[in-house]
Design a protein around this ligand. Structure first.
Ligand SMILES: [Zn+2]
Length: 225
């Protein structure tokens, strides 16, 4: 509520995540500039005059509600874990039930569109980590009182993370098969749980040389995919 207490702050936030750099126009001109006029917020092309709304291709498009209410609605939606009804939302945001229904519908649709079920591809890294647990003890594999989180991350992309019972091959590899597209280049360390991972370009690296993964060679590699 504090961070996004004005429409202006909401717009700035949206702009910073969607367009860290001003977009290129469909005419090819790279000099679209940001402008705001009455109810329009977005970019305009110097050359051809084409205007692109900040909300273009987002769940906020053509909505008159204002971003603030949207942001609050998204927040409420996430904390209510699907249990938020349009009646309740209408009451909380002081909007009519029709608008609230529409809002919820679009939020759900957008979440669906982030392709939660689409498999990771490109260059993927997989690793496990141990979190929580009050007692001091061993760190790393085999730690007591800690939850194991197994994660796969697509470079410059999405992440899938899951609490797992153990780090055995029978646990880790089925998750990889389920969440990572076949033939993807996948980086892991030398843990036995990743041994004989089939169907992927599997690259195993030692943790102590992991920094080298960010070398220019790897970046170039990524750019080509
Ligand atoms: Zn243009």
């Amino acid at each position: 509520m504090e961070r996004f207490d004005t429409e202006e702050k909401c717009r700035e936030h949206l702009r910073s995540i969607l367009y860290p750099q001003n977009p290129t126009c469909k005419c090819g001109c790279k000099r679209m500039y940001y402008f705001e006029r009455r109810s329009f917020f977005g970019f305009r092309c110097h050359k051809c005059g084409f205007a692109k709304a900040l909300s273009h291709n987002t769940m906020f498009k053509q909505s008159k509600l204002g971003l603030r209410k949207w942001f609050i609605a998204i927040y409420l939606f996430t904390v209510h874990d699907q249990g938020l009804t349009s009646v309740k939302l209408a009451e909380l945001l002081d909007i009519n039930k029709g608008s609230a229904w529409h809002l919820l519908h679009r939020i759900r649709k957008s979440l669906h569109h982030t392709n939660l079920n689409k498999k990771l591809c490109g260059i993927v890294e997989a690793d496990e980590t141990y979190i929580g647990g009050k007692k001091k003890g061993k760190t790393g594999r085999g730690s007591q009182n800690k939850k194991i989180v197994f994660g796969t991350i697509q470079r410059q992309g999405r992440v899938y993370a899951k609490v797992v019972a153990n780090c055995g091959k029978q646990v880790l590899q089925p998750i990889i098969h389920k969440k990572v597209r076949k033939t993807t280049k996948i980086f892991t360390d030398y843990w036995a749980g990743y041994r004989n991972l089939e169907g992927y370009k599997h690259i195993r690296i030692k943790h102590n040389i992991r920094m080298e993964c960010n070398s220019p060679l790897q970046s170039k590699d990524f750019g080509g995919m």
